[in-house]
Design a protein around this ligand. Structure first.
Ligand code: NAD
Length: 439
């Protein structure tokens, strides 16, 4: 089939590359001319494990193309997928400007029957709005389908190629048949394509992210309680995670959830629920608790040093919102760094992949290092904000030598507190007893 993917970001590029991998002819289009130029030159603008290999292979096979010509791409395609951003508006609602802009391009270029697939995360009712918008102008038949994406950054290619499930919200048998054909290569091991009505598909995406954000936040708040009552969140995590009804995933406490999805999707779902006078109070609490949690490490730093941080230098390992991605959107590091800098501290930061993205957001008022140990030189303490694998077994002697004092604030619980005691560190983590050097 000829496929058009409009919006070539994390979702669009991964989707386009993975669909090309199954033999389709895919054109990825975007309004960002620089991004498209890079892709045409073989440069992958994001870091995502395994993605470059698939993009290169399918470009060589001439199955994957990049363009800024959205009209031409739509005209040629049988299926048009919308994968543009849906950022948060000041009132919490998802901004659908880009989705509707694409719908208008589709409307103006509907040369034959097409399926318009919405992969962007959008509030319930958006597919109907898109259908109306296209229907006002279009002369040819078309179907609008909701096909929310569940890939997670850091493992996006794997998630797309081997999804737990594929959600397809349809209103016609014709669209269902084509969508089943499109996704058949990805469900050969038996994972289901769940076909449902369009509105349920739209809500399913928010329900999944809202539930996961709630799970994380529950553990974060529980971790805070553990610190006060002398319990250890790791034991509790294992204790409840082994219960099949609860499950072991998304139970790791830390510095709050971030990234391009959970924060905005939780806010958008709260707004939808409020608009329908059926408030989702649990998500309102999650959103509020997360805003506190992402400053948890700052709270511990202030406990240790007091409010005035002038003259203090902190090394930070990990800027990306999570490991295996360079995505900095809503990363806890941004909030932590702004708060520490605002109190006069200097920051020396290292991240294996996100330095370039971090520079765009944090600018020049912090110092960036290409080497993790160099970032420690002369710092008062080390703060760990992302769970990159390479931070799990550092050379602790070197860490000690380079820091002014052996102090670690670990926002990801990477180390065993008892081990840190033996190594002579003062060690703060989340939901576990603080280890004080020499005690
Ligand atoms: N990133 C994820 O992990 C993830 C996972 C599941 C779902 N989603 C959802 O998928 C959607 C896209 O997310 P993303 O992370 O890929 O965003 P992104 O910001 O990485 O990419 C969006 C792309 O759309 C392009 N764009 C914006 N307006 C456009 C327009 N009018 N015409 C053409 N292109 C346009 C941008 O230039 C950008 O390249 C969002 O709704 C998001 O919530 C994201």
């Amino acid at each position: 089939m000829k496929l058009a993917i409009i919006g070539t970001g994390y979702v669009g590029l991964v989707t386009g590359a993975c669909l090309a991998e199954t033999g389709h002819s895919v054109t990825c289009a975007d309004i960002d001319a620089q991004k498209i130029r890079q892709l045409q030159d073989g440069i992958i603008p994001i870091y995502e494990p395994g993605l470059e290999e698939i993009v290169v292979r399918n470009r060589k096979k001439k199955r994957l193309h990049f363009t800024t010509d959205m009209s031409g791409t739509v005209r040629e395609a049988q299926i048009v997928m919308i994968a543009v951003g849906t950022p948060t508006q000041p009132n919490g609602a998802a901004d659908l400007t880009a989705v509707f802009a694409v719908a208008d391009i589709v409307a103006a270029n509907l040369s034959s029957y097409k399926i318009v697939v919405n992969k962007s995360t959008v509030p319930v009712g958006t597919a109907d709005a898109v259908r109306q918008r296209i229907g006002k102008i279009a002369k040819e038949e078309f179907d609008v389908v909701s096909n929310p994406e569940f890939l997670k950054e850091g493992d996006a290619v794997n998630d797309f190629l081997k999804p737990d499930r594929i959600i397809v919200g349809v209103a016609s048998e014709r669209a269902e048949k084509l969508m089943r054909e499109l996704y058949a290569p990805f469900v050969r091991t038996g994972h289901p394509i769940l076909v449902m009505d369009i509105r349920s598909a739209e809500v399913t995406k928010y329900a999944a992210n809202g539930f996961l954000a709630t799970k994380i936040t529950f553990m974060n708040e529980l971790a805070n309680l553990c610190e006060l009552v002398g319990a250890d969140i790791t034991s509790i995590r294992l204790g409840i995670g082994s219960d099949k009804r609860i499950g072991e995933h998304f139970l790791f406490p830390g510095v709050g959830y971030g990234g391009s999805c959970f924060p905005k999707d939780v806010k958008a779902m709260i707004k939808t629920a409020q608009d329908h006078k059926a408030p989702l109070k649990i998500l309102e609490a999650v959103d509020e608790a997360n805003a506190v949690q992402r400053l948890k490490i700052v709270e511990k730093v202030l406990q240790h040093y007091g409010e005035n941080l002038r003259g203090r230098v902190f090394a930070i390992w990990g800027l990306a919102f999570k490991a295996r991605t360079d995505d900095m959107r809503e990363a806890a590091s941004i909030y932590t760094i702004e708060s520490l800098s605002g109190r006069g501290a200097e920051i020396q930061a290292y991240d294996p992949k996100a330095l370039e993205e971090a520079r765009k957001i944090l600018g020049n008022h912090i110092t960036y290092f290409d080497d993790d140990y160099e970032a420690l030189a002369g710092a008062d303490a080390l703060l760990i904000l992302t769970e990159w694998a390479e931070f799990r077994e550092p050379d602790f002697e070197q860490v000690k030598q380079r820091l002014k004092e052996p102090i670690i604030f670990d926002g990801r619980n990477l180390y065993e507190p008892e081990r840190m005691r033996d190594l002579g560190f003062t060690y703060y983590s989340i939901g576990r007893a603080t280890i004080r050097c020499g005690r």
